[in-house]
Design a protein around this ligand. Structure first.
Ligand code: PHE
Ligand code: NA
Length: 452
C-alpha cells in the first residue's frame, strides 16, 4: 500500500510524542473527576473495575485510533478518507472524522470555561482569599463567580488565547514545545502536592477511602460510570488520538507507547486523589461532595492548612496546566483539517479558536443570565456535557472500532502494528468482540434504554 506523509510534520522523537500524548490525556478528567467518582463508587473496587475497563476498552481503542491516524497521516476526516480509499471502502466513512472534529470543538467550548474556574481559583488562592473561610462561605464564592459573566469571560478568553497561540505554531514548534516543558512540570507539581497533603493531612484515611475495595458498592451503574470515564480520560472517540497518531514516526511501537500513556494517565489520577483527600479528611470536610469537591471543599481545606494559600495556588496551577495541554489536543484535529484543505495554520487556529470562544459564551451565560433556559430539561452546559460525553463519544468510538476491526484488512493492521502473532490475535479479538459491546452498553445507558 502507498505510504503517506503528514503535511504537518512529525513528532521529533518517541519521547516528544509520549509527552504530547500524555498532556492530551491528563486533564480535568484526572484531577477533577476521577477523585470524586472513585471516592463515591467503592474506592479500591472502583479502581480495579476501572483498570479492567482501561485494559479491555481503553487500550484497544487507543491503539486503533493511533493506528488509524498514522496510517492515514492526517486529521480524522482525512485519515478516514485515505484509509477508506486504500481498503476499498465507502468514502463516506470520512464523516466519522468530521463528527469527531465537531465533538472535540464542542467539548473544548465548555472545557475552557471550567479551566477558567481553575485560573480564577489559582489567583484567589494566591492572594489568600480562601484563608480561614468556611465551606459555606466558599460555596458562596463559587456561585458568585458563576454569577459574573464578565469574570468568566475574561478567564475563558485568556485560556482560549493560550490554546490558540500554541496550536497556531504547529506540531513541533507549538504542541511539542509546550508538552516538553509543562507535562513534566505538571507531574512534579502533582507529586509535590501529594507529598504536602500526606504530611499535612490525614493520609491514612485518604488511602483507606481511595484504595480499600468496597465490593458492595459495585453494581451495573458503577460499571457504566467506570467505562464512560475510561473513554473520557483517555481522550478516546474524539479524534485527538488520531490527529496525534498522524504525526507519529513509523518506528514507534504503538503498543508500547499506549501502555505508557495509560500508566501515566492512571498515575495522574491517583496522585490527584492523594493530593486532595488527606486535606479534606484532616479538615473534617464532606468527602462525598461530587463535582463540587475541588471547587468548594478543597479550597476550604487549603484555607485551613499550613501554607495552604501557596499550595492551593499550585494545585489550581496543576489543574490549569492539565487542562491546557488537553485543550491544545482538542483544537488540533480541526485546525489540521482546515490546513489540509488549504488554509494557513495560523489563520485556521484563529478561525476555530474564535468559533470555540463564541460557543463558550453560551456555557458562560447558561451559568447565570440564561440559567433558567432549559433545553430538553438541561442547561446548555448540561446538554453539551451529556451530548458529547454520553452520546457523541461512544457513537464515534463505536464507529472507529467497527471501521478498524472490520473494514480494514488484517494485513494492513498487522503491518502497522508489528505485533507478535499472539498479541495481534488477542488485540483484534478484543477490538472486534469486547470493545464494541462495552461501548454499546454505555450508549444504551446514555439513551436511557438500559438502566445500570
Ligand atoms: N482526557 C482528558 C481528561 O481526562 C479530556 C480530553 C478528552 C482531552 C478529549 C482531550 C481530548 O480530562
Ligand atoms: Na485523562
Amino acid at each position: 500500500m502507498r505510504r503517506l506523509k503528514s503535511i504537518h510534520g512529525e513528532w521529533s522523537s518517541r519521547g516528544a510524542f509520549f509527552l504530547a500524548a500524555t498532556g492530551a490525556v491528563v486533564g480535568l478528567g484526572n484531577i477533577w473527576k476521577y477523585p470524586y467518582i472513585a471516592g463515591q463508587n467503592g474506592g479500591g473496587a472502583f479502581l480495579l473495575l476501572y483498570l479492567l475497563c482501561l485494559l479491555l476498552v481503553g487500550m484497544p481503542l487507543r491503539m486503533a485510533e493511533l493506528l488509524l491516524g498514522r496510517r492515514g497521516r492526517g486529521s480524522p476526516p482525512t485519515a478516514f478518507h485515505e484509509l477508506a480509499v486504500d481498503e476499498g471502502r465507502w468514502r463516506a466513512w470520512a464523516a466519522v472524522g468530521v463528527f469527531a472534529v465537531v465533538a472535540s470543538l464542542l467539548i473544548l467550548s465548555f472545557y475552557s470555561v471550567i479551566a477558567g474556574w481553575g485560573l480564577d481559583y489559582m489567583w484567589m488562592s494566591a492572594v489568600g482569599s480562601y484563608r480561614g473561610q468556611s465551606e459555606s462561605a466558599i460555596q458562596g464564592v463559587f456561585s458568585a463567580l458563576n454569577d459574573e459573566p464578565w469574570r468568566l469571560l475574561m478567564w475563558h478568553t485568556l485560556f482560549m488565547g493560550m490554546t490558540t497561540a500554541v496550536v497556531s505554531r504547529g506540531v513541533q514548534r507549538g504542541l511539542e514545545r509546550v508538552a516538553r516543558v509543562f507535562v513534566p512540570v505538571l507531574f512534579i507539581l502533582l507529586a509535590v502536592l501529594g507529598l504536602y497533603a500526606a504530611v499535612e493531612g490525614n493520609i491514612v484515611k485518604a488511602v483507606h477511602y481511595l484504595f480499600t475495595p468496597d465490593f458492595a458498592a459495585l453494581n451495573g451503574k458503577v460499571v457504566l460510570i467506570a467505562l464512560g470515564h475510561a473513554f473520557f480520560t483517555l481522550s478516546l472517540g474524539m479524534g485527538t488520538m488520531m490527529a496525534y497518531g498522524a504525526y507519529l514516526p513509523e518506528d514507534v511501537s504503538i503498543l508500547r507507547v499506549s501502555v505508557w500513556i495509560v500508566l501515566a494517565d492512571t498515575l495522574a489520577a491517583l496522585l490527584s486523589g492523594i493530593a486532595i483527600y488527606p486535606l479534606v479528611f484532616a479538615g473534617n470536610l464532606p468527602a462525598m461532595q461530587g463535582p463540587g469537591l475541588i471547587f468548594t471543599v478543597l479550597p476550604t481545606a487549603y484555607g485551613h492548612a499550613k501554607y495552604g494559600d501557596a499550595f492551593g495556588a499550585l494545585f489550581y496551577m496543576a489543574l490549569v496546566l492539565a487542562a491546557w495541554t488537553s485543550a491544545i489536543a482538542l483544537l488540533e484535529p480541526g485546525v489540521a483539517w482546515l490546513v489540509e484543505r488549504g488554509m494557513a495554520r495560523a489563520k485556521a487556529a484563529m478561525v476555530l479558536g474564535s468559533v470555540v470562544w463564541f460557543l463558550g459564551l453560551m456555557t458562560i451565560l447558561s451559568f447565570n443570565i440564561w440559567s433558567g433556559v432549559l433545553i430538553l430539561g438541561h442547561s446548555w452546559f448540561g446538554l453539551l456535557d451529556m451530548l458529547t460525553g454520553n452520546l457523541m463519544l461512544p457513537v464515534i468510538g463505536l464507529l472507529i472500532v467497527v471501521f478498524v476491526g472490520w473494514m480494514v484488512a488484517e494485513r494492513s493492521l498487522r503491518q502497522e502494528l508489528q505485533f507478535r502473532r499472539g498479541v495481534f490475535r488477542i488485540w483484534l479479538s478484543v477490538l472486534r468482540y469486547v470493545t464494541p459491546v462495552a461501548m454499546l452498553l454505555v450508549l444504551l445507558n446514555a439513551l436511557g434504554l438500559i438502566r445500570g
